[in-house]
Design a binder for this molecule. Structure first.
Ligand code: NAD
Ligand code: IPM
Ligand code: MN
Length: 351
């Protein structure tokens, strides 16, 4: 029996609804498989926790998390009670950075039974490799002056190491897929960082002669995600560009509530963290109607990470079946609850 220890952080808002639903599914996966077991421990770190303890996570939180095979997180953020920059830097970004989860992988594909907002969606299946530790999300910058003269400065930091790491990850991934990498750039407008990004891309691609490449400016690329998503395979993007592209990826599937993600530690020193693309959705929290598919598909990505690929494939197949059967939450045109969707998936997994 293989045992995986997983740290669970439901976090805020609908994270507290979709994480239990996905855990129900994950434990059913183990039961059906017979040869694996998930030992889970839940941590209450969240904005509510902050109000009580003055911090988003315990001081030794990272030390505790370090010992797990993976972290499974819902969403962080409740701006009504804690400013986002406090909650996110105190928990989500802290884990991504400290655990050197420098790559964020985020797939999008046409799902049967889902109302894609595209008029005639072709069969797309793409993967965004988002640089996850630097770029436009660097900590360099600050605010100077006061009053009318106040200035906010944000420096985008692109290291050769970080840029190359994201690109090599994308090329290696493309070898296992359709063999094509698109670079998301903006070298026509962003003077320092993006020409550098292009140079690194041109250097790295020489090591992958069998992989086809293309380059698009991010503004055009965002449009192409809507007009012809079927033309993409792997897209490598900086932190902010990748963030924006992957919400579009969710939207063209039918809802950002479906889109999954993995924050991958590539040096083997720390656990990776799996969390969907969407946030805590305060506008629907408490109604029991959050779409659990993003969190469940995220569980599938965690299974892939563990090497349990077959079980992950089976899970995604069942998710598609359930969706096609019309058992779906309101964001994708149904009237089922979060719990009902997860229960139906569990039921069919056992059949
Ligand atoms: P959001 O993703 O939470 O919500 C955007 C829209 O999508 C909302 O209308 C919401 O109802 C809908 N939506 C999202 N997930 C859904 C689901 N599973 N099912 C059905 N509908 C869903 O983005 P936001 O409103 O910009 O942010 C809300 C909070 O979440 C903020 O505090 C933000 O910083 C945080 N956030 C956290 C993460 C994360 O933890 N990874 C990601 C994005 C946003
Ligand atoms: C995401 C989120 C985060 C990001 C925020 C909440 C900091 O939007 O995971 O996509 O921008 O990385
Ligand atoms: Mn985002």
């Amino acid at each position: 029996m293989k045992k995986y220890n997983i740290a669970i952080i439901p976090g805020d808002g609908i994270g507290k609804e979709v994480v239990p639903a996905a855990l129900n599914v994950l434990h059913t996966v183990a039961e059906v498989h017979g040869g694996i077991q998930f030992e889970t421990k839940e941590f209450p770190w969240s904005c509510d926790y902050y109000l009580e303890h003055g911090k988003m996570m315990d001081d030794d939180g990272l030390e505790i998390l370090r010992n797990y095979h993976a972290i499974f997180l819902g969403a962080v953020g409740n701006p009504a009670i804690v400013p986002d920059h406090v909650s996110l830097w105190g928990l989500l970004i802290k884990i991504r950075r400290e655990f050197e989860q420098s790559i964020n992988i985020r797939p999008a594909k046409l799902f049967s039974g889902l109302p894609s907002p595209l008029a005639n969606p072709k069969d797309f299946d793409l993967m965004v490799v988002r640089e996850n530790s630097e770029g436009e999300y660097s900590e360099a910058g600050g605010r100077i002056h006061k009053g009318e003269d106040e200035v906010a400065i944000q420096n985008a930091v692109f290291t050769k190491k970080g840029t190359e790491r994201a690109m090599r990850y994308a090329f290696d991934l493309a070898k296992t897929r359709k063999g094509h990498v698109t670079s998301a750039t903006k070298s026509n407008g962003i003077v320092h960082s993006m020409p550098f990004w292009d140079e690194v891309f041109n250097e790295v691609k020489n090591d992958y002669p069998d992989i086809k490449t293309s380059v698009n400016h991010i503004d055009a690329l965002a449009a192409f995600f809507i007009s012809k998503p079927q033309t993409f395979d792997v897209i490598v993007a900086s932190n902010l560009f990748g963030d924006i592209l992957t919400d579009i990826g969710g939207a063209i599937m039918g809802s950002i509530g479906i889109a999954p993600a993995g924050n991958i530690n590539t040096n083997g020193k720390y656990p990776s963290m799996f969390e969907p693309v969407h946030g805590s959705a305060p506008d629907i929290y408490g109604k029991g109607i959050a779409n659990p598919i993003g969190q469940i598909w995220t569980a599938k990505m965690m299974l892939d990470h563990f090497g349990e690929v077959e079980m992950g494939e089976r899970l995604l197949q069942v998710v598609e079946e359930v969706t096609a059967a019309g058992i779906k939450t309101p964001d994708i045109g149904g009237n089922a609850t979060t719990v009902e969707v997860a229960e139906e998936i569990c039921k069919r997994l056992k059949q």
